[in-house]
Design a protein around this ligand. Structure first.
Ligand code: FES
Length: 105
């Protein structure tokens, strides 16, 4: 199996019990997953997308992380996704939407 160049994670507030019920999910993160998937295909970006549980940055949700570049973005909307992916294709971060510190720090 060939690894993708990028792995994009989008918080969807999944709980250990399997349900999605949290801030990011309430802020339409599910539809963002579909939007990001389509944009990745349209742009030809070699990326895999995964949905996650709470990333402990709920106040800035929905949250999107891109690895291996380790970019964490907050308050994601379709417009923000467009700018984030534009920047990714240019080999840089969309600074305006970066979360300044890792919420795990
Ligand atoms: S529910 Fe998404 S960061 Fe907490």
């Amino acid at each position: 199996m060939k690894k993708p160049e990028y792995h994009i994670f989008v918080c969807n507030s999944f709980r250990l019990t399997g349900g999605a019920q949290g801030v990011c999910n309430k802020k339409e993160a599910v539809s963002l997953l579909q939007y990001i998937e389509q944009e990745i295909l349209d742009r030809g970006i070699d990326a895999m997308i995964s949905s996650t549980g709470c990333l402990k940055a709920c106040e800035k949700g929905p949250i999107m992380m891109i690895y291996p570049v380790n970019y964490w973005y907050g308050e994601i909307t379709e417009e923000v996704v467009d700018q984030v992916l534009d920047a990714l294709q240019e080999g840089r971060a969309a600074e305006k939407y970066l979360i300044a510190e890792s919420p795990q720090a």
